[in-house]
Design a protein around this ligand. Structure first.
Ligand SMILES: Nc1ncnc2c1ncn2[C@@H]1O[C@H](COP(=O)(O)OP(=O)(O)OP(=O)(O)O)[C@@H](O)[C@H]1O
Length: 389
């Protein structure tokens, strides 16, 4: 169990972490989400004793990291996969970490197998790809077979097979009763991996709840309605009928309508009364990404501006019309999630009003390629020193 109470970190004028209180419990994967610069890495560094809090406390199993007996055997962490001596081989890097923590050498070969680096164990890590570096960092985190694991962006640079492997690894570690705290910007992956979420923005706690509750609290279900493509007037008629009845109707790119504010049976009745045939009437649940975007849109520090591409734009061909503006775009609170993908439609919940998980299929039951053996490296060896960034 990790517990933060009033955790605060200030760098000069910058309040990086602002009075954070939360618990990360064993037996579950807890996702740590927040926009760029929101304070996730700083929080993780304070958990690991690499930064001192300006105020507040954070403990692991009731003690600050630096007071844990044989901490590398209790806590494993991947903070910065690049923080490796490039001239050392993968095996030697892990051997050094193992020797510092009194971990037997055979454990190094075990974790090299677990992360799939056995064949390149004698190669210098300098030549490793981004994904291989991530795997080496994960191996270091697993080295001491710790009960508490922290991973900062573990799937960064991994290929699809690697992402699936990390997902199953996290879940297996949690299923063994370990505490697994993982940060990521990949919402679709978090929706499949995490049980619980801690979301921060500008250093402050925005949410501490299950993935299911988070989506339900930050998004609304909607109905997708499609009229015959061959009769566009039916679509217009239905749009005005539904709008008059109090629905909010948004056109989707493929010609369907996204309807919120009315239950599915009512949409069906109104269409029937108006003599509009329907080719599709389906319930949809918002994704974790949509819910996250909604919650954090006020807490984003680094946002790209519209790229005008003034000098690059081709003039429109004669007779062509510029794209239609999207209703509400640019207004405060505007956010239109992307249209659902086909596989999401296939796995949507039964009613537009129901809450639930992301609406995606459950994670496949693949197991990691080798038995999960966990362990820890001393994070102090693989992360920059305090305030050194
Ligand atoms: N050593 C430092 N000195 C000064 N400011 C820092 C230092 N470390 C972090 N910060 C600032 O604290 C804020 C939080 O940074 P942090 O790296 O914790 O965010 P993050 O949520 O991990 O971001 P990202 O998702 O981009 O990795 C940022 O504004 C960052 O510039």
């Amino acid at each position: 169990m990790i517990e933060a109470v009033g955790l605060t970190k200030r760098y000069g004028d910058k309040l990086a972490v602002d009075n954070l209180s939360f618990q990360v419990r064993p037996g579950a994967v807890t996702g740590f989400l927040g926009p760029n610069g929101s304070g996730k890495s700083t929080t993780m560094r304070m958990i690991l004793g690499l930064d001192n809090p300006t105020a507040g406390t954070v403990t692991i199993c009731g003690r600050p990291y630096r007071e844990l007996p044989n901490a590398p055997r209790q806590v494993g962490a991947l903070l910065d996969a690049k923080a490796v001596h490039g001239g050392r081989s993968a095996r030697n890097h892990l051997l050094c970490l193992a020797q510092l923590s009194g971990i037997p050498a055979r454990r190094v070969d075990e974790v090299l197998g677990v992360v799939g680096l056995h064949d390149v164990a004698k190669k210098r890590s300098r030549g490793f790809s981004l994904g291989m570096g991530q795997r080496l960092g994960i191996a270091a985190a697993l080295l001491g077979d710790p009960q508490v694991l922290l991973f900062d962006e573990p799937v960064n640079g991994l290929d699809p097979e690697g992402i699936l492997w990390v997902r199953n690894l996290m879940k297996s570690l949690a299923a063994e009763g370990r505490t697994v705290f993982v940060s990521s910007h990949l919402m679709s992956e978090m929706a499949l991996t995490a049980d619980h979420l801690i979301v921060i923005g500008r250093g402050r706690l925005l949410a501490d709840m299950s993935v299911k509750d988070f989506i339900a609290a930050n998004s609304a279900g909607f109905a997708r309605v499609r009229t015959p493509d061959t009769e566009p007037q039916q679509r217009e008629k239905l749009t005005s009928v539904l709008t008059e009845a109090g629905a909010h109707v948004l056109p989707e790119q493929d010609g369907a309508l996204r309807v919120t504010g009315l239950p599915l049976p009512r949409i069906s009745d109104l269409a029937h009364e108006a003599g509009v045939r329907l080719w599709e009437l389906s319930p949809h649940q918002a994704s974790l990404e949509e819910a996250y975007m909604r919650m954090t849109q006020e807490a984003v520090d680094y946002r790209s501006t519209a790229d005008q591409k003034a000098g690059l734009m081709q003039p429109l061909p004669p007779g062509a019309e510029p794209p239609l503006p999207v209703p509400g775009q640019g207004q405060p609170g505007w956010y239109v999630p992307p249209p659902p993908q086909r596989d999401e439609r296939a796995s949507a919940p039964d009613t537009a009003q129901s809450s639930g998980t992301s609406g995606r299929p459950a994670a496949p039951a693949e197991q990691p390629s080798a038995p999960v053996a966990a362990s820890a490296a001393d994070p102090a060896d693989s992360a920059p020193s305090e305030d050194a960034r």
